[in-house]
Ligand binder design. Structure first.
Ligand code: 5GP
Length: 181
């Protein structure tokens, strides 16, 4: 038994496991085209939310890949972006003149994407920087920013699954779901 106020039986599928897995292949080949063929890609997995997406996406890359992990929190336990970013761990190697791909789960207000993009440009001076997010909530944007690549555009609803949580739960679901209001 969990202490959740939401029950998994009420969860509706928004994007199926099959749709996600199919999308990853096309996304990976699009992304690879922007990087020079025989150079490493430094893939930056933004924890915790992008753990599933990032792990599955890199399996489709033909480039040699280095994986790095950073951790940021912006939602806390709520269903609304707090506008209050918490950088929990930003430890990274030297990425100067490297090919960098930031992998996010979802862009909502745009605050996290802006913070990360600025951080990498200003602090790391990569040779090439690209940003991919699985989900793009364009209609919720408070800051003008667009990813270089995204998997699916979704409405302004709170989603869970495939890495995305509600109060720490549901990250393990292989699909993206939502609780109808
Ligand atoms: P932003 O800074 O763009 O407002 O939010 C980015 C972060 O908020 C995401 O990386 C994600 O962790 C969280 N987030 C935004 N929308 C959702 C959502 O619908 N569901 C969940 N579980 N997390 C979300």
């Amino acid at each position: 038994m969990t202490d959740l106020d939401k029950d998994i039986k009420d969860l509706r599928v928004l994007i199926s496991e099959e749709e996600i897995q199919k999308k990853l292949k096309t996304l990976a080949s699009e992304i690879e085209k922007v990087f020079t063929v025989d150079e490493d890609i430094y893939v930056i997995c933004v924890l915790k939310g992008s753990v599933m997406f990032c792990a599955d996406l890199v399996k489709h890359f033909n480039h040699s890949v280095q994986m790095e992990f950073i951790r940021i929190s912006s939602y806390g336990n709520e269903q609304k972006s707090s506008n209050n970013l918490q950088a929990i761990d930003l430890t990274l190697p030297n990425l100067h003149e490297k090919n960098v791909l930031i992998v996010e789960d979802i862009i909502d207000t745009g605050l996290t994407a802006r913070f990360l993009t600025d951080l990498f440009k200003i602090k790391h001076h990569p040779k090439k920087l690209a940003f991919v997010t699985l989900l793009n909530k364009k209609c919720a944007r408070q800051i003008e920013i667009e990813p270089d690549f995204y998997g699916f555009e979704i409405d302004d609803k709170f989603v869970v699954g495939y890495g995305l949580d509600y109060k720490g739960y549901y990250r393990n679901l292989p699909y993206i779901g939502y609780f109808p209001s």
